[in-house]
Design a protein around this ligand. Structure first.
Ligand code: UDP
Length: 396
């Protein structure tokens, strides 16, 4: 129920949403991505799609399929686009093409507006018959590996527009309109709504975490871009000063085949370090995520590359002080020294961990300002309104 958000964002904001939606009623809209669960894109679509339907816009969500080979290729694209390096050849591109064709033959694509999320299904544009097509890019494409970007760019250029999460990802080598829509969180979801301290402590204890001792958490897929090894390293530094605990909670995503391997690397890095809890839970463990974010004294998101990093806003909304990697969309959320701290190295992370754990008042002040920053900028209703605006601009 969209009405329920009035108490959080105010009536005027809701009016704006309904006013724009009036003009879009009856449109057919499709979202396509590559996983139904796990990761930020699925998280957003699971909220955005029902909201659009509630507004009278006939919205569907389809997930492309592929085999291991395909998801290895798309993960390598993902890494290459974010890291600027890679290893691809004609065969890599052929695997990508093959699965675009298979999915194009299975998914009906005749809609008034089609949103294609991320590189995995971007090639579907080649079978477009009707409608406005918008490529929604959730990752950092500011410094891509040229071979992969050139391949992808040929598709992206065929879209009517592109949406990026931060203006720093804007590209000069595209002539289509580029809209900036930062992602957002749902304050009423199981993952983000208020839960009692009693529930938080019960869940912490269930995983053998002591609610009475300092706790640091990072909640992220086991992905090198999230720097799990750097988190362990920062925690090791902290341990020399404060007897804290670390929870790194990850979950698998069907479009990320590297999770197991990175998990093993993290286990190895944590060998011999006391009080490290590496948890791998199912991707729908929303209550656990909520509890570990609220139960933390400090939350980390020490990414090296990041499209946006929903986990940052999730923790900030819960009034947590967050230490985040100075990359991608994280600086939109963390204003250094005001709504959290930005770091470039594990040593810097250790420094701020010690500082925050020793200063409860500062932690709380930052947490309070962090929450207001999220309320003003990163709640689902704002993202919904932005999507509606892009649709309106596109169909005119
Ligand atoms: N997440 C989760 N369980 C986990 C790890 C992550 O539910 O074990 C969620 C997290 O709460 C967030 C999303 O997955 O909602 C991750 O989005 P983000 O933008 O931070 O990163 P991505 O995985 O999309 O790179």
């Amino acid at each position: 129920m969209i009405e329920k958000y009035a108490e959080i964002i105010g009536e005027n904001e809701l009016d704006a949403i309904y006013r724009i939606a009036e003009k879009l009623k009856g449109l057919s809209v499709l979202h396509v991505n590559s996983t139904p669960k796990g990761g930020g894109v699925a998280e957003i679509l699971s909220k955005l799609v029902p909201m659009m339907n509630e507004l009278g816009i006939n919205t569907q969500w389809k997930v492309i399929r592929g085999d291991n080979e395909f998801f290895n290729v798309t993960k390598s694209f993902h890494n290459s686009l974010q890291n600027g390096s890679g290893n691809v050849n004609d065969e890599t591109f052929a695997v990508y093409e093959k699965w675009q064709d298979i999915n194009a033959s299975e998914i009906p694509l005749d809609y008034d507006v089609v949103f294609i999320h991320d590189p995995q299904p971007a090639g579907l544009i080649k079978v477009r018959k009707k409608g406005k097509w918008i490529w929604r890019c959730h990752i950092d494409i500011s410094n891509p590996y040229p071979k992969v970007w050139e391949f992808l760019r040929k598709y992206v250029q065929q879209y009517d527009a592109m949406i990026i999460s931060s203006s720093v990802f804007g590209r000069e080598d595209l002539t289509i309109p580029q809209y900036v829509i930062p992602p957002s969180i749902d304050p009423l979801s199981v993952k983000n709504r208020e839960i009692s301290r009693f529930t938080v402590e019960r869940i912490l204890r269930k995983f053998e975490v002591d609610p009475d001792r300092p706790l640091v958490t990072q909640i992220s897929r086991f992905d090198r871009a999230k720097d799990p090894i750097g988190v362990i390293s920062a925690f090791k530094g902290l341990k020399k000063h404060i007897d804290a605990q670390l929870v790194y909670l990850g979950s698998p995503a069907s479009d990320d085949p590297e999770g197991d391997q990175v998990y093993q690397e993290t286990v190895k890095a944590a060998e011999g370090v006391k009080d490290v809890h590496l948890l791998m839970l199912p991707p729908d463990s929303d209550l656990e995520v909520n509890a570990f974010q609220r139960g933390a004294d400090v939350v980390m998101q020490k990414s090296i590359k990041e499209g946006f990093g929903l986990t940052v806003s999730e923790a900030m909304w819960k009034r947590r002080a967050v230490i985040g990697g100075n990359t991608g969309g994280i600086p939109l959320q963390i204003i250094h020294g005001y709504t959290g701290f930005l770091v470039n190295t594990p040593e810097e992370a250790t420094h701020y961990l010690i500082y925050l754990l020793r200063n409860r008042q500062i932690r709380e002040k930052i947490g309070q300002d962090a929450r207001e920053h999220v309320r003003n900028n990163f709640l689902m209703t704002r993202e919904l309104r932005d999507y509606l605006m892009v649709m309106l601009l596109s169909i005119q």
